[in-house]
Design a protein around this ligand. Structure first.
Ligand code: ZN
Ligand code: MN
Length: 480
């Protein structure tokens, strides 16, 4: 018999807000001491009242709209009760009855073609703390820096049917949420985590099989391996009766390449969801809704088509630039000033992306101002600065964002002089100092000219149009 895998994902994404969801503690504790960013509210002290961070609702709405969801204009928070040492209040404040966004749709593309994945809902909630196990002391410490860091949980319908589709879906979420600047979505940093719900059924059947869940997966490679392992385990159980499948939560061990039963799956009833009386319902009026709608970016593929159409870039270049919203903004800013899309794309791809790669920075980490880049491009296209010195100015702009390309060029003697008298003088001096290269060139060694050319360019600090220098140099050598 042939089987199909049915997969639904619950993806937790950490929102890129400055502060936590219900208090003003910093949401970013990287590099801090444990429990540096805590207050009575996020530590769940009795009597402390949470206040909703408006930015979290902004981002929740943006995420919802990027994923084609309906936005609930009255959205409420609920208590999800469970006891665990990393959850100081013994309940998580989350959304159950009226999540911020529902009924969305995400289009993915794999080798098999395009497919729509339905989104059941997106809800806003607080993260839990971190348990730190100390093997030497045989104790466990708890760090509450992460408690109440804002998350959205994106719940898909069980519309995914392979590891490839799951990968495409996660990449698509990442791209859309990064374009809207609501989240980093970096699995390696823990800012995107994924619960995989999986079942197997005979192909064509409309009845779902027994579902198992693997929680907190944090690498796409591990997710793909886990899906393949679980699918094989389920089919083996169904066909050969090797085990009885039960609805449960399982732990994926990526080193052993196996999943292990953790606990039988809780049902919603176990969590005793009820409206949190301490958090007022959030009512999203037209003005608020419209302002969020207007702030949404173009979708990556819309930009890609526009870059290829309106700007006349090659498909490949358009594809590369639209990998990141930061690249797009820098490129568009530069284009607005220099009015030459091909030049701007060339600087983006052959210089800026190379520098980012060398510095091991992600494309989203680019903070270069596009308009300033545009000014630099103009200096080069107007023949005021050589391309080589333009690169040096760009490197400097990466180190110091306050640099104005033209002033920097003047300060560092990068302005090309139209003074051919100076070029003549330098060429004469270089030729006089290196009679061997002159003789070699005359004797047929083409390379000797390059040596002389290099010395002249160095003397001129690169401030000469290469064609001009070349013709003056050849003239002078032939006369020598
Ligand atoms: Zn706090
Ligand atoms: Mn959750």
């Amino acid at each position: 018999m042939r089987y199909e895998t049915v997969i639904g994902l619950e993806v937790h994404v950490e929102l890129a807000t400055k502060s936590k969801i219900f208090c003003s503690c910093s949401a970013h504790s990287y590099g801090s001491e444990p429990n540096d960013h805590v207050c009575p509210a996020c530590c769940g002290m009795p009597g402390m009242l949470p206040v909703v961070n408006k930015r979290v609702v902004d981002y929740g709405m943006k995420a919802g709209l990027m994923l084609n969801c309906h936005i609930n204009r009255t959205t409420t928070f609920d208590k999800k009760s469970y006891y665990y040492p990393d959850l100081p209040a013994a309940y998580q404040t989350t959304q159950w009855f009226a999540p911020v966004a529902v009924n969305g749709l995400v289009e993915i593309e794999t080798k098999e073609g395009k497919k729509n994945i339905r989104i059941k809902q997106i809800h806003m909630e607080e993260d839990a703390g971190k348990l730190v196990h100390d093997i030497r002391e045989d104790t466990t410490h708890v760090d509450f820096n992460r408690t109440s860091v804002p998350l959205i949980e994106i719940v898909s319908q069980p519309d995914l049917s392979s590891a490839e589709e799951v990968e495409a879906y996660l990449e698509r979420l990442k791209s859309l949420l990064r374009f809207a600047k609501v989240a980093e979505c970096e699995m390696a940093h823990g800012t995107m985590r994924c619960d995989v719900n999986l079942s197997v059924r005979p192909e064509g059947s409309d009845k779902l099989g027994v579902r198992t869940e693997m929680k907190n997966m944090n690498s796409i490679e591990a997710i793909k391996r886990a899906i393949e392992y679980e699918t094989a385990r389920h089919i083996d159980a169904i066909e050969n009766g090797t085990e009885v499948l039960v609805q449960e939560t399982r732990r994926w061990d990526d080193i052993k390449g196996k999943s292990y039963a953790m606990r039988t799956k809780e049902t919603a009833g176990d969590y005793r969801y009820f409206p949190d009386p301490n958090v007022m319902p959030v009512v999203i009026d037209d003005e608020w809704f419209d302002s969020i709608k207007e702030s949404l970016p173009e979708f990556p593929e819309v930009k890609r088509e526009r870059y290829a159409g309106e700007y006349g870039l090659g498909e490949y270049d358009a594809e590369r630039l639209t990998q990141s919203i930061a690249l797009c903004e820098c490129f568009e800013g530069a284009y607005a000033v220099c009015k030459n899309a091909k030049d701007a794309a060339n600087w983006m791809i052959s210089d800026i992306m190379r520098i980012l790669n060398n510095k091991q920075m992600t494309y989203d980490m680019l903070s270069l101002d596009g308009a300033t880049l545009g000014k630099l491009i103009l200096l080069v296209t107007d023949g005021k600065v050589s391309r080589a010195n333009g690169k040096k100015i760009l490197e400097a702009m990466f180190e110091d964002s306050s640099i104005d390309p033209e002033s920097y060029a003047k300060e560092n003697d990068f302005i090309i002089s139209n003074d051919t008298g100076l070029v003549d003088k330098v060429v004469k001096e270089v030729i006089a100092a290196d009679p061997k290269s002159v003789a070699d060139f005359k004797g047929g060694k083409e390379k000797a000219l390059m040596a002389l050319f290099g010395k002249c360019m160095k003397e001129l600090k690169g401030n000469c149009d290469p064609q001009t220098l070349r013709s003056i140099l050849i003239d002078a050598v032939n006369k020598a």
